[in-house]
Design a protein around this ligand. Structure first.
Ligand code: GTP
Ligand code: MG
Length: 461
């Protein structure tokens, strides 16, 4: 009778009992042995794979622990994504250059959007007030203007994307009538751009057809934007296209071509709303003065700033090492897009107080950018009055430098009052579409942040 494999007599003091249990029986047949070896090889492979994945997870975890995490916060259109672009342009120029071409569709989309906006306003103006247009009385409403008016409200048919041409029905018109007819025609001619906008939204980055249509509409777009009466209408309605996000109408000649490639400046000025929280890995191509491992790679979180997106910020608070808060200081006379009753500057104050007062962020280094200084200066030059919208400003000088200084002080005071524990305040007045000035600001922000971070780490260690 064969000896039992489990006989205690087989165990020695140095022997692993499990080995003994797993040891093959001495009378194993060649087939059984081959089968066993195959199963063992498979099991080993699975086990190795698990080990490898655990090793990788651990490595990532260890690596991530040493990564520096920066959160970009602020209301919508405060300049967060534009600041992120500046980080890339300044510290990772090669990665930036590789991505630049993919912004072509966004710039095209911005351009087409502006054209559509003007055409919408034009159509609304004609629909709302046909008998009084224009107020100067230089362009009386006549049958031919009525024809134009009808054409403006007729959507183009799918067979004829440019819509019915009414030009042949219009009698030989005199100069005063040119406004409405010419613009109605333009609207019809530019109608395909509506589809381009929809297509581009769907196919960001892969819209060769769109490029073709945009190039084909170049002259029409220029005519519309350079038209004196259109400009008069926009001024009267206080629609300052030049100051709006994603303004490219002055660059139609350059952009509406088949070979258009975006420049650095185009990419920085292009507007693409952020949805949710976007994580960006920034690898410093030139680590610079603070050449420590923590300075080589950052994770930057760029968030959507609209009110509906703000709840999504909170899970990122706990791990954040630093926070860059942007407030657009040109918006003292504007209201939130998502709630017309709320002043944008007021919204920024509330947001700032809740961010600096957050217990989750109490260890975070906070930097403030008082952004859009260029737009503030322009607005005040054009006659806007600060204290009409912000009574606490009182009788101080209605100029950009004085207002910027006032806000800097106000944000600093709130920072001091609401921070759960004392911490330093870093505030900068910025215009983040000025890439040169921003590069120098970001360099000092980066060095300052890393120094603070390392000091804290030394204290903790
Ligand atoms: N003139 C001027 N324009 C700016 C400045 N900063 C940002 N912009 C423009 O403002 C628009 C909005 O900027 P974004 O960076 O997209 O704003 P955001 O904070 O990321 O907005 P959300 O993604 O909606 O939260 C873009 O078209 C920018 O080019 C500035 O300092 N001056
Ligand atoms: Mg954004």
């Amino acid at each position: 009778m064969a000896k039992s494999r489990f006989s205690p007599s087989k165990f020695s003091i140095n022997e692993d009992p499990l080995d003994a249990v797993l040891r093959p029986p001495p009378d194993e047949t060649p087939d059984a042995r081959a089968d066993r070896l195959r199963r063992e090889a498979e099991a080993k492979q699975v086990s190795d794979e698990i080990d490898e994945s655990l090793r990788q997870e651990k490595a990532v975890w260890k690596k991530n622990k040493s990564l520096f995490r920066l959160l970009l916060l602020g209301q919508s259109e405060s300049g967060k994504s534009t600041t992120l672009k500046n980080f890339q342009l300044t510290f990772a120029p090669q990665a930036w250059a590789a991505e630049r071409a993919s912004w072509r569709a966004v710039v095209q989309l911005n351009l087409v959007h502006s054209i559509n906006l003007i055409l919408d306003v034009l159509a609304q103006e004609l629909t709302a007030n046909p008998l009084q247009r224009p107020r100067t009385g230089a362009y009386p409403y006549t049958t031919s203007t009525a024809a134009a008016h009808t054409a403006l409200s007729t959507p183009p048919s799918p067979d004829s994307p440019t819509g019915p041409s009414f030009a042949d029905d219009v009698p030989d018109i005199s100069a005063p009538l040119k406004f409405t007819d010419k613009h109605a025609l333009l609207k019809l001619r530019l109608a395909p751009l509506r589809h381009v906008e929809t297509d581009l939204r769907r196919l960001l980055g892969a819209a060769d057809d769109a490029t073709e249509v945009i190039a084909g509409c170049r002259e029409d777009m220029k005519t519309l934007w350079e038209d004196g009466v259109v400009r008069e209408m926009l001024t009267r309605l206080r629609l300052r296209m030049e100051d709006s996000a994603g303004f490219f109408l002055d660059d139609v000649d350059r952009i509406a071509t088949r070979t258009y490639e975006p420049s650095d400046d185009d990419v920085v000025r292009a507007r693409l709303r952020t949805v949710g929280v976007q994580e960006y890995q920034l690898r410093f191509e030139n680590p610079g003065a603070v050449d420590r491992s923590v300075g080589r790679e950052w994770i930057i979180y760029d968030v959507g700033g609209a009110r509906s997106s703000r709840a999504a910020w909170v899970p990122y608070f706990e791990d954040a090492n630093a926070l860059l808060f942007l407030t657009p200081i040109s918006c003292f006379d504007e209201s939130l897009e998502e709630d017309r009753h709320v002043n944008r500057l007021e919204d920024s104050f509330i947001l700032w107080k809740s961010v600096v007062g957050s217990k989750l962020l109490r260890r975070c280094i906070i930097v403030l950018f008082l952004n859009k200084y260029d737009l503030l200066a322009k607005k005040l030059k054009a006659g806007a009055t600060i204290n009409k919208h912000l009574s606490s400003y009182g009788e101080r000088e209605n100029t950009a430098p004085v207002f910027a200084k006032y806000l800097h002080q106000k944000f600093r005071e709130q920072h001091k009052e609401y921070s759960p524990e004392p911490r330093s305040f870093y505030g900068y007045v910025t215009c983040v579409i000025d890439t040169k000035a921003t590069a120098s600001t970001l360099s000092s922000v980066r060095d300052g942040l890393l120094q603070q971070h390392l000091q804290r780490a030394d204290l903790v260690a």
